[in-house]
Write a protein of this length. Structure first.
Length: 575
């Protein structure tokens, strides 16, 4: 029997195309994108995809293919899709390529953000030391090279040498355009400009409350680099979100925007199912159904069954399932949006956590200013970030959506648990008291949690039962290994709030939880509200489905939970 060839080495975290190819590391050929993008002839292209979906690797691939500072394109790209095109071979290695990334521009305040951009531009100029000795540049132009390349050392380490903010901003925003101009004068051809993670500084600006300062700076940079730049051959930007045109792209009429809802380049980022099957075969794996449940679910345009490449490569390397993608970066923005959203969005999100779908409007562009009061903007951002997927396109720009896959579902349940970490003792105590049917301790620990957490969740006196429902769901979500948790489903003669059905009936009992906000005109005390909740459980026979599935009445615990602002009381119908 012939021995199978050994699988290629997986280099986790390597996003440099040249390194992957020179060492023959594991690589899935996505170079067809180069041909489609280049021959498409769009002057400036913005592509948004979730993080860790191969955007940085693709920009590295574009750089290595077109860069005239390399001479090894034939060896790097031989055997790949793009090298089959004679037209593309003629374009290889012909252009100066300016490549930069905003991935590290994560600053708590605007002044630090501005300095980070300056350092970045200075680093880019240092990559073109050839300009300093160019016979085609004037002495003034060579001094300009020295100024930009020396900014990092001279201006940012010496306060006395630092220019004014106005001079700094003007020079910084024009830095890439100036570089393209001198590269054109030196090489006689226009430059290809690549910008990775263009939206990272904007997300940081929104989270850290300097949005109004950052936007004019970024808009000026974008205009100088990609609009008012006659020395630009082609521009390619990547990011997670498409920021609304009025924010930073108001003057860029030449930009071609590709979002997760677009048809073009749908399979260029992420792994298709045939690519996953081929990779699994190389590594001797055949459990596609499990891999599909964990890491499939992304869709771009009409292209479904797109797999998360970061998680797939980690799984192939380590051969165990885990939330690899979720652990690679902060989920602060998504967590903040969901935590502070209104009760309707929290209710919809609770349905997603249960595995259901919801219908909502979605937009291609994200307006950060509307995130606080526009649910469709929040859903649109979560779609761009990869947390949700479109199941079906409906009329009038509405869509049926769900959480993308098991990895995302586990990520959000972990995120919800983190919201209670400031009072971990009370959190753990409540869960233990619930399982042990200890009503006194349940009340004690839940009261501690509501007092410490409700202001964090922005609860107001006008919030409905749906807010409290989401709060309790967050508390019990970590019990999923022991209970089947379901809510807002029909049973008996109505829809119950929350049921915990034991996975092992020899160990745990079942619980029915009903939430009620106290109506002060009808219920003098919280105890009266608890009684109303318990009466509803009995009257509408919410335990009917549990009984039909063989759980006896004695093993079903009915809990009425009454809320009044931050005050809470739990009661049971048992003596």
């Amino acid at each position: 029997m012939e021995d199978l060839p050994l699988p290629r080495v997986i280099s986790i975290g390597t996003q440099d195309f040249g390194v992957l190819r020179r060492h023959d590391y594991f690589y899935v050929d996505k170079t067809r994108f180069l041909r489609e993008w280049w021959l498409g002839a769009s002057a400036v292209t913005l592509i948004t995809r979730p993080r860790r979906f191969g955007k940085t690797l693709m920009l590295s691939t574009v750089r290595d293919f077109f860069s005239n500072s390399r001479s090894d394109q034939a060896s790097l790209f031989s055997g790949l899709d793009v090298w089959k095109s004679i037209e593309m071979r003629l374009a290889a290695g012909r252009y100066p390529v300016v490549s930069l990334s905003f991935a590290s521009v994560k600053s708590p305040k605007f002044s630090l953000f501005q300095n980070a951009v300056i350092r970045l531009i200075s680093d880019v100029w240092q990559n073109f030391a050839v300009l300093s000795d160019s016979p085609r540049l004037t002495s003034d132009e060579k001094r300009l090279c020295s100024m930009y390349a020396g900014w990092k050392a001279e201006f940012l380490t010496s306060l006395s040498a630092r220019p004014t903010d106005e001079v700094l901003a003007d020079a910084a925003t024009a830095g890439i355009r100036d570089l393209c101009r001198l590269l054109y004068k030196h090489y006689g051809c226009k430059a290809v400009v690549l910008l990775d993670e263009y939206d990272t500084p904007l997300q940081e600006a929104w989270l850290n409350h300097y949005w109004d300062e950052a936007v004019p700076f970024v808009r000026q940079f974008m205009n100088a680099t990609f609009k008012d730049n006659e020395y630009l051959e082609r521009g390619l930007l990547t990011g997670i979100t498409r920021v609304s045109k009025e924010s930073i792209f108001s003057d860029l009429n030449n930009i071609d925007v590709i979002t997760p809802l677009s048809e073009r380049y749908a399979d260029a980022f992420g792994f298709t199912e045939p690519e996953v099957v081929q990779a699994m075969r190389e590594f001797g794996l055949n459990n596609l159904s499990d891999v599909k449940s964990w890491y499939d679910g992304f869709s771009f345009g009409r292209c479904s069954d797109i797999y998360n490449p970061w998680s797939i490569t980690n799984y192939l390397s380590l051969r165990k399932f885990d939330a690899y993608w979720a652990n690679t970066s902060s989920n602060a923005l998504a967590g903040s949006l969901i935590r502070t959203a209104d009760s309707d969005l929290k209710t919809d999100f609770e349905a997603l956590l249960r595995g259901a779908s919801v219908v909502t409007e979605l937009a291609d562009a994200i307006s950060f200013r509307s995130l606080s009061d526009n649910p469709s903007a929040i859903w649109s951002l979560l779609l761009s970030a990869g947390y949700i997927k479109v199941l079906k396109t409906l009329p009038e720009k509405t869509y049926e959506i769900s959480l993308t896959n098991d990895e995302i579902r586990r990520t959000f349940k972990s995120l919800i648990r983190e919201w209670f970490v400031s009072n971990r003792k009370a959190y753990d105590g409540f869960l233990k008291a619930l399982i042990n049917h200890d009503l006194d301790f349940m009340n004690e620990y839940l009261s501690r949690l509501t007092m410490s957490c409700f202001s964090y969740f922005d609860v107001g006196s006008g919030e409905s039962e749906r807010f409290y429902h989401g709060f309790i769901l967050g508390l019990v979500s970590s019990l999923e290994d022991r209970f089947i948790i379901s809510g807002n489903r029909e049973s008996g003669f109505g829809r119950y709030d929350l049921i915990l059905e034991p996975r092992d009936r020899t160990i745990d009992d079942a619980f029915i939880l009903e939430f009620k906000v106290r109506r002060r005109t009808a219920e003098p005390t919280l105890a009266d509200t608890v009684k109303a909740a318990l009466h509803q459980i009995r009257e509408r026979r919410y335990g009917a489905d549990l009984i039909e599935r063989g759980i006896s009445e004695t093993r079903i615990h009915r809990l009425g939970i009454a809320f009044d602002g931050k005050s809470v009381l739990i009661g049971t119908d048992r003596a």
